[in-house]
Design a binder for this molecule. Sequence first.
Ligand SMILES: NC(=O)c1ccc[n+]([C@@H]2O[C@H](COP(=O)([O-])OP(=O)(O)OC[C@H]3O[C@@H](n4cnc5c(N)ncnc54)[C@H](O)[C@@H]3O)[C@@H](O)[C@H]2O)c1
Length: 351
Amino acid sequence: MRTYTAKLSLGESSILIGKNVIEALQDIGNNYVALCSNKIDFGIVKNLLDDSKIIFLEESEELKDFRKVFELIRLINLKVKHELDCIIAIGGGTISDVAGFIASIYKRGIMLVNVPTTLLGMVDAALGGKNAINFDGIKNLLGTFYQPKLVLCDLRFLETLPTEEFKNGLAEVLKYCIIMDENFNSFMVSNREKVLACDEQVIEEMVYRSVSNKMAVVEKDERDDKELRIVLNFGHTIGHAIETGSMFKVKHGKAISFGMVCETYLASELGIAEEDLEKRVIDLLSSYGLPVSIKELNCDININLALEALKWDKKRRNSLFKIPLPTRIGTWRLSDVDYNSLKSCFMRCLE
Ligand SMILES: NC(=O)c1ccc[n+]([C@@H]2O[C@H](COP(=O)([O-])OP(=O)(O)OC[C@H]3O[C@@H](n4cnc5c(N)ncnc54)[C@H](O)[C@@H]3O)[C@@H](O)[C@H]2O)c1
């Protein structure tokens, strides 16, 4: 088992990684409600929670719609026959986003415990305190910063995760390897077969290194206002445009993979990338079966929708986009890129 203790503005937050770490739920007390995915192996959770305090949920983007979220708060109130001082999220990023949002506003904030059950949740969504729900069809429009007190990454959940969902999470893992951590990059290159075969020790190390990379940035820039946390956005400006342009048929991880390739090309075009960077990025992503070209996305992209999404990118200031770009493996630079340069690079990547 590995533990990362994050030092945050409102105190410490512990992240436990390994098999059976979910047993820490026994120390939570009785005043909780658990929002739980109906796709997980429930045997892992059974006996740790009181059945009457669990609300099972079907994960879909609709669950993040603000109306559904407020219906859920009503359901929580109907369930609660006691004082409520903790919400436990057991599921992927959809559930941790919804639970984090509710925990942050319920009685002005109650304890949040995240139990991520997808790889993407373990290495990204359940960490760092950002949460968001959708409003009037606009993804992630409403959200808060609210740190979980405890995150339990029980690796047994990954055993039932579909391969495509596992790959989704791998895209975020490889993001850390490309832009932040050369040593982790070497680890992922040399342990590829073990990762893909879900070797227990290698997966534990991979999740731990991902958590460490993300939380080291979050600790320094908890509210994303110091131009440090922005590094986590690598691949996401173009990735989000792809997700929108495909009407969300392309899954987040695949979109981010393609986005990282395009944004690496952009770094080369701006003359800030080392010569072999493009090849190393493409080779790494391909070796894990992630898409590196528009053809490999295997989906029609509506260019107008994609460009519209680019224009609405949250890191845009007037006509300039702030984009973290890799300069070589493990290092990056925040670049101000004008819309026309970004658009022309994006259009070339779509050819
Ligand atoms: N707040 C953040 O920092 C942050 C970061 C990244 C993503 N997100 C959000 O996270 C969401 C995506 O999260 P996700 O990729 O985890 O998807 P998800 O929560 O939709 O889960 C993906 C699928 O896997 C299933 N599933 C979950 N755990 C399983 C298990 N153990 N075994 C079998 N099936 C399982 C789910 O039912 C679902 O069908 C998006 O809404 C995104 O906006 C948030």
